[in-house]
Design a protein. Sequence first.
Length: 485
Amino acid sequence: MSNHKSTRNNSASKNQGTVRVVCRVRPMNDKEMEWNSKKRCISISPPNKIDTIVNSNKSNENFIFDNVFDENSTQSEVFKTVAQPIIAEVMKGYNGTVFAYGQTSSGKTHTMEGPDIESSELRGIIPRTVDEIFKEVNNSEDTLEFILKCSYIEIYMEKVRDLLDPDHSQANLQIREDPQRGVYVSGATEKCVTSPEELLQVLAEGKCNRAIAATGMNSGSSRSHSVFIITISQRNCQINSVKTGMLYLVDLAGSEMVKKTQAQGQTLEEAKTINKSLSSLGQVINALSDEKITHVPYRDSKLTRVLQNSLGGNSKTCLIINCSPSQYNSEETFSTLRFGSRAKKIKNNAIVNETRSVMELTALLLKAERTIEMQKGYIAVLESRSNKSNEPNDSHEQCDSNLSVNTASEDSEGVISSKALKKLHEKIVNLEEKLSEEEKKSMLKGEEISKMVLLLEQSEANNANLEASKAENQKKIELLETEVA
């Protein structure tokens, strides 16, 4: 298997963009209010600045994110800023990821799912995303056909489980890599959906199978990382091209300090695994944000492997870091802010996942060929002018001053022509390379179509033979009936 995914890609891309990072600060809970009478560890300066408040000789830190949401922010505000732009890109054929990071009880699940997915006010990013996707589909052009599929997995104790498999027939799904699809989970259940209600029903089914437990910090603490994947395929009926965008909605389990959560037994083992996988995620973030590091340790955990496309790969990604404002959780809050600051340096290379039709490829080939012919004609004209400017001047009747001026002018024209020729040659080389790629794609498509035509002809021949056989049998039956009569 190729290792190109595990090393840094330094090549520039016109679709290259950094990971967007937003911070959401939740209100203090009852335990924090009782512990230290509303003492805060951070100061928020909307729309995008947050400062630490340190009660020691250490200096305060300040952080700048793409957005900062304070305790009074609504679910709707967060969705419109975080997820809505990602959904718009997925509808264009890009991959997109929204994931929440923070300590346990910091508000990640509240942000991603919401306390009530039926409530217009309390529902989180995932249920709002469902409505937005179908809104985009309904408002699309009549020439587009859509197929929507979804899958729901969790990473529990370093095992990938299918939340849509009620029988748990596969205890540990395998993570694989494909040149076209990138990294994906093999064997995960995919359900086709045709309405928001169906998609929300799938979400509810998966949520019921997710591992949770009560801890000293949270009565419903997530004991696993969950990934809800929506695949949107759209076919243009006019030109038969297909675009496929995949949206990853990730709710990470929170980092835990055992002395606060008071975890014991199985819950303690879960906490150790959660912290280990989040530590691996931190190492991947560090590697991607430091240009001196060439190897990115995606394979150190199942979590980082699943998120490989989202971090430094083919995806438009937005990270939500969730924080507590209380001094009681200052250590975890500061760590989360530093994590988000490093993640802002990550560069992704998102591309449109598109399969062009033979008709479209043929049109592109013709356009490229016409462009090359035009460029070749232009080069011929420039070469002719360049040759004339380089011809020796045999006339000795001009004065020295005029000769100097003419020579300088000719040299200048020659330099300009040479530069223009060089640029045009480079353009032609690039166009010929693109033409070669398009020809290869066209040939592959042609081969696919030939195979389909052959299969169709074989099927028609089989049907014809079947009909002939039926007719012959019918004649035999009629003959037998006549004999019996």
